[in-house]
Design a protein around this ligand. Sequence first.
Ligand code: MG
Length: 203
Amino acid sequence: MKLICIGRNYSQHILELKSEKPTEPVVFLKPDTAILLKKQPFFIPDFSDEVHHEVEVLVKISRVGKYINSKFAHKYYEQIGLGIDFTARDLQQELKEKGLPWEKSKAFDGSAVIGKWVSKSNYQSLNKIPFSLLKNNQIVQSSNTEDMLWGIDEIISHVSKYFTLKIGDIIFTGTPSGVGKVKPNDSLKGYIGDQEFFSIKIK
Ligand code: MG
């Protein structure tokens, strides 16, 4: 399986990183080895002094598809989740400046936190899901999927032009503003509405 991640999907986050607003979704992949194993802490890797949390709404693909029209994209997923796209920001900045791929800063072991899954039918509209990240019990990121530049169905349509989507693939739909550095002993908890989706320790 693969993890397909969207970058720069929330205007406020684009502003905070002083990135350019994209004209189409920014896409990158993480391998399955990036998944942080359940109940394990996240270890800050030794190649970075600035690992940032990026909380993101996740979508799990439930049907094989290619060139999916956004009108039919909803038939390709049943479950929604929440996770973190950990990013070695210092390394990413270096790679960006050199025009190099981001993988070393984005796709390293443990960089993908995947919380629990719930049926999408729990939500009236997937374009209005409030979600947040608490660091040491303080809200650091808080947003709503209505602020995405590209919604879930548009993302699926776009990425399936390039990659065949397979059952079990997971899409990270991008982070809102409020990203920041994690330190040893921090705790991170992710919520959709008032429901906890994950809780992890930083080491
Ligand atoms: Mg991200």
